[in-house]
Design a protein around this ligand. Structure first.
Ligand SMILES: *Cc1c(COP(=O)(O)O)cnc(C)c1O
Length: 479
């Protein structure tokens, strides 16, 4: 794609606006050797430029997008319709409460539904993303220990090695020391290592279940029990609740704090499409520390804002990204109490269906039934044929499929992590599996072709090292 900016007559200064008095210093008088060559384009040209860019972008609306851990599900259009209602879209956070009763009621309703789904008592919508929710949840844990006079002593957060990278980062940002807990060969938390690590200095544990290798840790009650016994609290990273929503609840697994990614499980757009929402929920004993403001129903049935009495402070303005909550609530209400577990079941079914088809050729990192995602280990293939996880991912691009998550989780080498989600049809899953099996055959027969993939994408194989070290951050200008 090349856009040639031409300088038309209007490029010499705008004829419809009066000449402006740019201060001398701004003109860099004497220093500029020639006139600035700013682009001048017609509306048609700009329109075509952006349409062309749009056509080059691959999204959930274009095709299969099995990016593991990211839950790239279809975002129903009805969510957008709800969020575009003038009463929601035109809301001002400082308008009088009695003129925003519907919005406040919606916030209270969404909080109630999400508390029901997670087994928590209260939830704050302030955090703007998953990692922001983690940070906020850790602040609650910190406030709890501080109030009990144990803030100085409880400085460590236990994080399994299969955790999402944001977990240790958030714990460090919240001022804790991160203690890595290794997984056993089955991909689950090593209980004896956890017992060794838990003690008087433990502030808490951060865990995702199902974890990032797509396995549900059956020892979860024992895990949370060990941490509680040591005096720590348990944090559930619920960014990706897709396998368990409506089926099991973090609150019943023994967790005290949880965050959700509304921009994953609850079908609001993400991946360059922002904004996000990472609400933080907690059990009643932590609710006084939640960040305000929160919508609450008053005794007379009206709604208003409240700020929890011992709040850790605001982590964002007002109620966070309100319209994201509107979309998530539209999703919850349109699925209903039956539809939510059904979506989870279909997500798990789709992942297992695809896993089973691929097992014929590819090695799975962990055998057996998976949850909403599965991880393939391509290290043997690479050793034998030279074809890496990256090569297979690039090959998928030529087949019109978005690659899965690569080289994550870190505990699996040459990892490809697939999460098909519940919104994909059997035909789509069959097509993607067939493509992957074909790439496997190609890896044995014509490995060199895969090293050269993609050939049909708008850009071919990028030099990723150069792109990271010397990024080109300006548009090209053809004179
Ligand atoms: C996506 C994800 C996060 C981070 O969420 P962001 O909104 O990107 O900050 C954290 N944990 C898990 C398990 C995730 O999948």
């Amino acid at each position: 794609m090349k856009l040639i900016f031409e300088r038309g007559a209007a490029g010499r200064g705008c004829s419809i606006l009066p000449a402006c008095d740019v201060p001398e210093v701004g003109l860099r008088a004497g220093k500029r050797e020639r006139e600035l060559r700013l682009p001048s384009l017609s509306e048609t040209e700009i329109n075509r430029h952006y349409s062309e860019l749009e056509q080059q972008v691959y999204g959930v609306n274009s095709g299969f997008y099995p990016l593991g851990s990211c839950t790239m599900k279809y975002n129903p259009k009805i969510n957008e319709a709800a969020a575009s209602l003038p009463g929601f879209a035109g809301l001002h956070p400082l308008q009088p409460e009695h003129t925003a009763q519907g919005a406040l009621e919606l916030l209270a309703g969404a909080e109630k539904a999400l508390c029901e789904i997670t087994g928590m008592d209260r939830m704050s919508f302030q955090p703007a993303a998953g990692a922001h929710g983690e940070f906020t949840g850790l602040l609650l844990i910190k406030a709890y220990h501080k109030k009990r006079g144990e803030g100085e002593k409880r400085t460590k957060i236990l994080v399994p090695d299969s955790a999402h990278g944001t977990n240790p980062a958030s714990a460090a940002m919240a001022g804790f020391t991160v203690v890595n807990i290794p997984s056993g060969p089955d991909g689950c938390v090593d209980l004896s290592k956890l017992r060794e690590a838990a003690g008087e200095d433990t502030a808490g544990l951060m865990l995702t279940n199902p974890n990032t290798v797509g396995l549900f840790d059956r020892n979860i009650l024992e895990i949370t029990g060990i941490v509680h016994e040591a005096g720590g609290l348990c944090y559930y990273d619920g960014a990706n609740l897709n396998a368990v929503m409506g089926i099991v609840r973090p609150g019943d697994m023994g967790f005290d704090v949880v965050h959700l990614n509304l921009h994953k499980t609850f079908s609001t757009p993400h991946g360059g499409g922002g904004p996000g929402s990472g609400p933080v929920g907690c059990k009643g004993f932590l609710a006084p520390f939640l960040p305000g403001e929160m919508a609450a129903e008053r005794e007379d049935g009206s709604y208003g804002f409240e700020i929890p009495p011992e709040t850790v402070g605001a982590v964002r303005s007002f109620c966070g990204n309100f319209l994201v909550v509107v979309k998530a609530y539209a999703y919850i209400l349109s699925l209903g109490a039956d539809g939510i577990p059904e979506a989870a079941e279909n997500a798990v079914l789709n992942a297992n269906y695809m896993k089973k088809k691929l097992e014929k050729a590819y090695r799975m990192a962990y055998p057996g039934t998976c949850m909403h995602e599965f991880v393939m280990d391509l290290s043997e293939l690479k050793e034998r044929t030279g074809v890496s996880a990256l090569d297979i991912a690039k090959g998928l691009l030529d087949g019109g499929v978005h690659p899965p998550t690569m080289y994550f989780p870190l505990i699996v080498h040459e990892a490809l992590m697939f999460e098909p989600t519940e919104t994909e049809s059997r035909e789509t899953l069959d097509g993607a599996a067939e493509l992957l099996l074909e790439l496997f055959r190609k890896a044995q027969e014509k490995p060199e072709e895969l090293h050269e993939a993609p050939q049909g994408a708008p850009v071919k194989r990028l030099d990723e090292v150069q792109a990271a070290r010397k990024p080109v951050l300006r548009y090209s200008y053809d004179s």
